[in-house]
Design a protein around this ligand. Sequence first.
Ligand SMILES: [Mg+2]
Length: 332
Amino acid sequence: MGLGEFERIDRFFAPLSQGAGGAFGLTDDAALLPEAADGSAWVVTVDALVAGVHFLPDDPPDLVARKALRVNLSDLAAMGAVPYGYTLALALPKGLPDPESWLEGFARGLRADQDRYGIHLLGGDSVSTPGPVTLSITAFGSVARGGELRRSGASVGDDLWVSGTIGDAALGLGVLQGTLRVSAADAEILADRYRLPEPRVALGPALVGLATAGLDVSDGLVQDAGHIAERSGVALRIEAAAVPLSPAVRRCIDSSDPLRHDALSGVLTGGDDYELLFAAPPASRDRVSEAAAAAGVQVTRIGRVEDGRGVRVMAEDGRPLQGLERGGWNHF
Ligand SMILES: [Mg+2]
């Protein structure tokens, strides 16, 4: 006989709420959020993950926990918000062989990233399900009122920037699924980027007042760029050669000529990057670079905002790249 619900909460989850006074040690019916700092607003976001859809059923539970937290932190960063805390709803299969050890690993992953990002568990619920492991995290952060980064503010003439490197996670998924063969060292680098994204929690808030529009790239660079174009009523032009690639991704694209186009489109349209894509006026270039340096994140100008509609990706010969229309990430 395993632990009951209250014992599970006591043992695995209540310790994660220490440090957030309004969580009352998870002993009450709900939690209190503190007053937002003067002139700030609360920002809230939710993400659900299902085993077999968003992660592999035998993925280590600590990694599942950290990825679930990080995709939420990435959405907060995309709004320019500083993270504060989160709530968790967890559904475990009735037939899970060893739920206590799964929960122990899961809680260990939450603890690691709570410490890393300075956040706390505020509340939650755990249930059993006839289906696969399913979890949902709701994250709270704060941003100076009116400073939130929307998708809708890009203006013609703005530069288009992206943080970090693009395509690692998409190729990492290919490695994990066995559809992409690379060296063992590159396989590990790419798979790690898929398993554990790095939310740009310092960069997002640093872009408040600088970026005119932004979002986090979760469904693929081209597809997510399309959201900015649509919401802002502009066209985005991306120079393919300017898109920042890690050495592992570059080796992948260069390694096989017949596959070159496929690898490049996989990079430009694959998902799970969790980098920030944003627009900012050319007059802010120096300040954007300084903000990124202070946040310890590389940023790269990859194109610009133009009159019109949609997203155009230009090849090195100056012609639009074809075959990206079906771009975007498909659940496996
Ligand atoms: Mg997002």
